[in-house]
Design a protein around this ligand. Structure first.
Ligand code: SAT
Ligand code: MN
Length: 581
């Protein structure tokens, strides 16, 4: 027996019996265990060693070419009533789903080792953290969970004290897309995932637990589980404001979380620190503010586009102790991806000699997995049990037109409307067409574990739960001009927008009020050291009344599509906006 918690021991036994696992390994999180599994993965060909001199302790994993992204059409929320899951989710009756999954899992580990991974989402000693146990037959998953969560003995001890944990069962199966399902059972706090080894489908602590099951736990317990980065912004006076920002996958959350301010800002004493790049759990504190933790312990970031000029902090953490998935390699066996530098890769992500005629060398959704502690801008506050107080919540998406650079909500309900109606062009992080505009409420479209209308009502309820809520903003770094060129430089220069946001929060900047929200006055915006024309900024902050009228019509249709559970105050806010246009 490897645990004192009977419910856990019984579950592990039952799964072992059902899957006929050959061996059971309880993961402790030790360094020895890490090394043994690295060796195993090298011996099975699941890992390739990268150049030890340039990239010590770094490995390359290549997925099955049909298993490189999340599969939203095969991801289900299994609640008694279909209505609970809402139109935003695929739904399956829990009994039917269990039967389907039980059949797939039957004897699926016959010649495999079953790893039991106790993990804690969030600092081990934080009351905001929640625990889970993932059972998997993939050593690659274990190695990723080791970096992405606090896993092993300490987590098990907490689980044994608490007595409850999220149960995640995973098998890579045959990697057959026709025998692949990711099922969530919110009431039982359990997950069953079969047939994929890819991050979001297989590292069950991440999207499955921390967002889909987490959002359900959060609703029942009075907190928020969100698809947000968290950064700390320190001003020259030494005060730090924490900002939580939601963007859909592959819209630059990692880059924003690790932003290095423009030179002039650094000289003046501004600094950005990183708490997290993907997930944020927050709850009201006794002071009426929302306090947040990053439930993760590492970064599972998109490699392409990560470079010295776009994200030097990320690049600095990636030369050591990193797992690379589906990137290309150079002739001297260093990891390489599009946008990294101008070297020519030798081998593409499929293992073939690189030929530009065959498409990109690295998969567009290729990833790095690395411990957060390797990030130069990682904040020690990320380990704080009480979390960090959030001053501003930012929603963003990829919109080539219409949506201004930055807008501040009139009030909390307007902010919730902004979040509920944010739209973005799709990216390579999920299978399906890329570049199609879709509404992605709070960037949670693929991750909210229950009916969006109820989720918005939950968001709105915080007005009664906390009396010092963050200010809410919308940003758009992705506007394009007539020639299809980005109008805003983005990256480090996004600091200028963040500065305005914290100045607004602390009452140090004015705004001009418009129908869609408050926007910066040109004189409050810092252009120092920036090669940018003020006319362009005026365009980025303009409200195109005709286009906004069309947008609001679409927003109304979007809200309507969630039926009569949609809170009336969202419609009321929508009315205020359209009347003022
Ligand atoms: O879903 S993953 O966690 O694998 C990546 C993402 O889409 O953010
Ligand atoms: Mn994400």
């Amino acid at each position: 027996m490897s645990t004192t918690l009977l419910s856990l021991e019984n579950w592990v036994k039952k799964v072992a019996q059902h899957t006929q696992a050959k061996h059971i390994v309880w993961c402790t999180g030790s360094e020895d265990e890490k090394q043994q599994l690295d060796e195993l993965l090298l011996s099975t060909g699941d890992y390739k060693k990268l150049n030890e001199e340039s990239h010590p302790n770094c490995f390359l994993h290549i997925s099955d070419p049909q298993d490189v992204a999340r599969v939203e059409h095969l991801t289900f929320i299994c609640t008694e009533e279909k209505e609970e899951a809402g139109p935003n989710n695929n739904w399956m009756d829990p009994q039917k789903a269990h039967a389907k999954m039980d059949e797939l899992f039957e004897k699926c580990m016959e010649n495999r080792t079953m790893y039991v991974i106790p993990y804690c989402m969030g600092p081990i000693d934080s009351p905001l953290s929640r625990c889970g146990v993932e059972i998997t037959d993939s050593a690659y998953v274990v190695q990723n969970m080791r970096l992405m969560t606090r896993m092993g003995t300490a987590a098990l001890q907490r689980i044994e004290v608490e007595g409850t944990f999220v149960k995640g069962l995973h098998s890579t199966g045959e990697l057959d897309p026709d025998r692949r399902y990711i099922m969530h059972f919110p009431k039982d706090l359990s997950i069953k995932s079969y047939g994929s080894g890819y991050g979001g489908n297989a590292l069950l602590g991440k999207k499955c637990h921390a967002l889909r099951i987490g959002s359900y736990q959060a609703k029942t317990e009075g907190w928020l589980a969100e698809h947000m980065l968290i950064l700390g912004l320190e001003n020259p006076q030494g005060e730090t404001h924490y900002i939580a920002a939601a963007f859909p996958s592959a819209c630059g959350k990692t880059n924003l979380a690790m932003l290095i301010p423009p030179e002039g800002y650094i000289q003046d004493g501004w600094k950005i620190t990183t708490i997290g790049d993907d997930i944020c759990w927050m709850r009201p504190g006794v002071d009426g503010r929302l306090w947040a933790i990053n439930p993760e312990a590492g970064f599972f970031g998109v490699a392409p586009g990560t470079a010295k000029d776009t994200n030097p902090n990320a690049l600095a953490m990636l030369y050591k102790d990193t797992i690379f998935t589906n990137v290309a390699t150079t002739a001297d066996n260093q990891p390489w991806w599009e946008g990294l530098d101008d070297r020519v890769p030798a081998i593409d992500w499929k293992g073939n000699t690189y030929d530009s005629a065959n498409g990109p060398a690295a998969h567009p959704n290729s990833r790095f997995t690395v411990s957060a502690s390797r990030c130069p801008s990682y904040s020690e506050q990320a380990e704080a049990a009480q979390g960090v107080p959030i001053s501003a919540i930012v929603f963003g998406g990829r919109r080539a037109s219409l949506v201004p650079l930055v807008t501040q909500a009139r009030n909390w309900a307007h902010g919730v409307l902004m979040g509920a109606t944010v739209a973005s062009e799709t990216t390579a992080a999920a299978t399906g067409a890329v570049g199609v505009v879709r509404r992605d409420p709070m960037a949670m479209k693929p991750f909210c574990g229950y009916h969006f209308a109820d989720y918005w009502a939950h968001w709105l309820s915080f007005e009664d739960k906390a009396n010092n809520l963050p200010e809410v903003f919308t940003v758009n770094w992705f506007r394009k001009d007539k020639n299809n060129k980005f109008m805003w430089p983005g990256f480090g220069d996004n600091m200028r927008v963040l500065e305005w946001i914290v100045k607004r929060v602390s009452g140090k900047a004015e705004a001009q009020s418009t129908a869609i929200g408050d926007m910066p006055k040109l004189e409050d915006f810092n252009f120092e050291g920036m090669d940018f024309n003020q006319d362009d900024l005026s365009e980025l902050l303009a409200v195109d009344v005709e286009a906004w009228n069309l947008e609001l019509e679409d927003v109304r249709k979007h809200l309507d599509s969630f039926g009569d559970r949609v809170p009336q105050s969202l419609y009321a806010e929508l009315k205020v906006t359209s009347r003022s246009l």
